[in-house]
Ligand binder design. Structure first.
Ligand code: AMP
Length: 445
């Protein structure tokens, strides 16, 4: 089977790596891909993945790649092509494609849509107000105690959420969203939200239009600095582990969040096929119980959680894609390697601010442990060398030994492997967090 993957970051490298392990896959094309993806060898050992250039913001260009390559399956990694309606266009042309339609992807592409949807269908989420003018913001603000969360409606690459210590700052953030000063384009809707306190957790469900199946839970580290401090990034690391989510809590999230989304989207005539990424806040209640509340939905695999999750996936990933497309996810047997896994991002100097590109990377061949994979997030090949080509450059990912005695030692084991591998890799200005998983190590998984 020939498979085309759209995207060119660490998530797509992990998807291509997983596809290459499938006995069903004979050819992989990735658009635009990156230097690491171009080196992925397929199972038969003779073929490597092929990268073709494309702008993932250009719908016509992506369709041209699909028409030229004629894959039997197209997998869409990032949110931008989903928001442009790539899946809808591919379906119209008779191509088999994995991911939600433009209407279903509104759960991610419009925060106001997602909030109204959750309110209508009793999905637990923070109290909120959707505003279209600054006057409305001023009227609604008195309903919220500080700090107040102000969110831009549309896709904002992680920059659309501002936590404001006072009402005046919330008004200012909203004004900057409406004017376009904050994100470069003017927002029509701004969402004000109650500030929730608790532990964050990402819950991933595979959805097929009718069924939601639990895939994995993960935690990521969004802040650039040690101890979760400093500016937000696309993600500096993530981990997964058997102890992260209890079986009853997983069932609760499936029933009250993921399956409810799938049921209600189907009833609204916009069935959801693909990965539903539920960004949760686990809010402690006065009676000692935990109330999980949805912070946001993403409608695709997360980056860098995917790198950590797919390293543990034992089921053929093509079976996952087929099940989601064909409506048979309830018949899928999902197998994950027991234990824990981590992904640690090595970033360019200056990231998440301005950063240089084209810096040679050394030591990529020094990793020989089969449980450790260096996924490329932003790299390019130049004159036979691999150079940096992004803010996030590499995602060094490792899975624990099968013999680890409990969840916390499994996490430590995976961390040791990943940090060990990172110590042999270098590029000028490289920085990474040294404390991935610190909360789980402190409190236990
Ligand atoms: P989002 O893109 O909506 O997930 O928001 C990005 C980050 O902002 C989340 O991962 C949280 O750390 C924080 N955040 C978003 N909404 C809230 C909220 N209602 N209360 C507290 N923190 C929030």
């Amino acid at each position: 089977m020939k498979v085309l993957v759209i995207g060119g970051g660490g998530r797509e490298h992990a998807i291509v790596w997983s596809l290459a392990r499938s006995p069903r896959v004979t050819e992989i094309v990735c658009a635009p891909g990156n230097a690491g993806i171009a080196q992925v060898l397929l199972q038969n050992g003779s073929n490597s993945a092929r990268c073709v250039p494309v702008d993932t913001g250009d719908l016509a260009a992506m369709l041209h790649v699909v028409q030229t390559e004629q894959p039997e399956l197209t997998v869409v990694g990032p949110e931008l092509p989903l928001s442009l309606g790539l899946i809808d266009a591919l379906q119209r042309l008779g191509h088999r494609a994995f991911g939600p339609t433009q209407a279903a992807a509104r759960l991610e592409t419009s925060k106001s849509f997602a909030k109204e949807f959750m309110r209508q269908h009793d999905i637990p989420t923070a109290a909120y107000a959707v505003c279209t003018t600054l006057d409305e913001v001023r009227q609604e603000l008195h309903r919220f105690d500080a700090p107040i969360v102000v969110k831009a409606d549309g896709l904002a690459a992680g920059k659309g959420v501002v936590i404001c210590p006072s009402h005046a700052e919330a008004e200012q953030a909203a004004a900057q969203m409406f004017s376009g000063a904050l994100l470069g384009s003017a927002e029509t809707y701004v969402v004000l939200e109650e500030f929730l306190v608790g532990e964050e957790l990402s819950f991933f469900a595979l959805c097929d239009g009718k069924h939601a199946v639990a895939l994995a839970a993960a935690q990521d580290h969004k802040r650039v600095g040690e101890g979760d401090t400093g500016p937000n990034t696309g993600g500096m690391g993530a981990y997964t582990g058997d102890g992260l989510l209890s079986a009853p809590m997983e069932q609760w999230l499936l029933k009250n969040v993921a399956q409810r989304v799938v049921d209600e989207m189907a009833l609204e005539g916009t069935p959801f096929h693909g990965i539903l990424f539920c960004g949760m806040m686990m809010v402690p209640q006065q009676d000692g119980t935990i109330m999980p509340m949805v912070l946001e939905f993403n409608t695709r695999f997360g980056d860098p959680e995917t790198q950590a999750i797919l390293l543990r996936l034992q089921t053929d990933i093509v079976d996952l894609f087929d099940a989601a497309i064909d409506g048979s996810a309830n018949k899928l047997t999902l197998q994950m390697r027991p234990g824990a896994s981590v992904c640690i991002i090595a970033a360019s100097q200056g990231y998440p601010g301005k950063y240089p590109s084209g810096i040679p990377i050394t030591g990529l061949d020094s990793v020989s442990d089969p449980d450790t994979v260096v996924f490329h997030s932003g790299t390019a090949a130049r004159d036979g060398r691999t150079v940096t080509a992004g803010g996030r450059v590499l995602g060094v990912t490792a899975v624990s030994n099968p013999s680890s005695s409990n969840s916390t030692t499994a996490l430590q084991d995976a961390l040791n492997k990943a940090y060990g591998a990172l110590s042999g890799i270098a590029f000028d200005g490289m920085h990474f967090r040294h404390d991935i998983g610190w909360r789980a190590l402190r409190d236990g998984l």
